[in-house]
Design a protein around this ligand. Structure first.
Ligand SMILES: [Zn+2]
Length: 254
């Protein structure tokens, strides 16, 4: 029963604490190659928030991790796959506004939105909602962008590859199929040079890009690699949670 995990704690605990910061993990529900669970993005992001919150709580930060939202934005060609729960950015904004509004009325003035899904583009959403609650400090943490992945993993890839498989192997080994059952996560590149050299961006047509839905080879993933990476990621995020709890909303710049 952790006092910083809302789903586990109770009114008796909440009543007697002055919580400063709410943490909102936000993932997606979609296939992750053959071997990882549909809930990968939500499960891993909630767990990273939990581990970071534990480190921050031990340093006295009064923070609360809210339940993860499992509704992400998907790409064309992915939307049609069974049980892929594509949620429009405009719907996400409505959900986010309701949560911010509830917290605001309860006196919470600091919120960390923790994104765990590449298709979720939350900066425009924050720019839309934050001015409606000017006294609310809203920050965005995208855990998968914080550290240089090549320092921890051999193969790159951004969907169910070596990094994400290592993360799930560490946190939820019982939810991973044997890696010999995983696809190789081979992803095709665009024929357009402007897209390849990053002059332009086009949403990837997922079913044409990847056979097994993965992008990135998971075969060299291990729980040990996941643990090493997550220790560093959660330490950085935990330190930021402490800063959020301690910061003075009237005095944020120097
Ligand atoms: Zn993912």
């Amino acid at each position: 029963m952790k006092p910083y995990i809302l789903e586990q704690t109770n009114w008796k605990q909440v009543k007697n604490q002055n919580y400063e910061v709410a943490i909102l993990p936000w993932g997606a529900t979609e296939p992750h190659n053959y071997h990882l669970p549909y809930g990968t993005d939500s499960l891993e992001t909630a767990k990273i928030a939990e581990e970071a919150a534990e480190k921050a709580w031990q340093k006295g930060a009064k923070i609360m991790v809210l339940p993860a939202i499992p509704l992400g934005v998907q790409n064309p060609g992915q939307i049609d796959l069974p049980f892929c729960l594509h949620t429009k950015p405009s719907t996400q904004t409505l959900i986010f506004k309701d949560i911010v509004e509830a917290l605001y009325h309860q006196g919470i003035r600091k919120l960390v939105l923790m994104n765990g899904h590449g298709g979720n583009d939350f900066k425009p959403m924050i720019r839309e909602i934050q001015p409606q609650f000017p006294e609310m400090l809203i920050s965005l943490v995208e855990w998968f962008k914080i550290l240089n992945l090549s320092a921890y993993f051999e193969e790159d890839g951004d969907h169910a590859g070596e990094m994400e498989t290592s993360v799930i192997l560490h946190y939820f080994p019982h939810l991973v199929l044997p890696l010999e059952e995983a696809g190789d996560g081979n992803a095709k590149s665009s024929k357009l040079k402007g897209v390849l050299n990053k002059t332009a961006w086009i949403p990837r047509q997922w079913n044409k890009v990847s056979e097994d839905t993965g992008v990135g080879n998971p075969k060299k993933a291990t729980a040990e690699k996941g643990k090493k990476y997550l220790d560093d990621v959660t330490t950085k995020i935990g330190d930021f949670f402490v800063e959020m709890a301690e910061c003075d909303l009237e005095d944020l710049y120097e």
